[in-house]
Structure formats: C-alpha cells, structure tokens
Design a protein around this ligand. Sequence first.
Ligand code: ZN
Length: 65
Amino acid sequence: MATKRTTTKPPKNPAPAPVEPASCQPCGGTGNVAITVRVGRKRRPVGQQDGLCLNCLGEGTAPDA
Ligand SMILES: [Zn+2]
C-alpha cells in the first residue's frame, strides 16, 4: 500500500542572521586574564601576570554565544 504524500515540507529556514559575537565574560573580550601569581606554602600573592583565557582560549568571544 503506497501512501500518498499530501503534505509538503516547508522550505528550510534561511540561515540565521549572524549574531554579534558576545565578548567573553572572564576576560572581557581581550582573550587575556590576569592571573595572580602565588608563591610559598602560604600562597602569598607576589603579583599578576597575563594568562590565556581558558573560556575563549584567547579568542575574546564567548564560545557558546
Ligand atoms: Zn575569554
């Protein structure tokens, strides 16, 4: 028994409009975050250094925006 196709599929939605890349939260879109350097058993902070943002991996844009 062949079933008749009476319904036609709607055309695929066009590609969504490009969304503006949201800036990454932890680094604020710079791709770098300040990491506090700690030394010693008491973990005394001695300064800060730039570190790669692990959320966006330096892209500066939120990966799951
Ligand atoms: Zn980031």
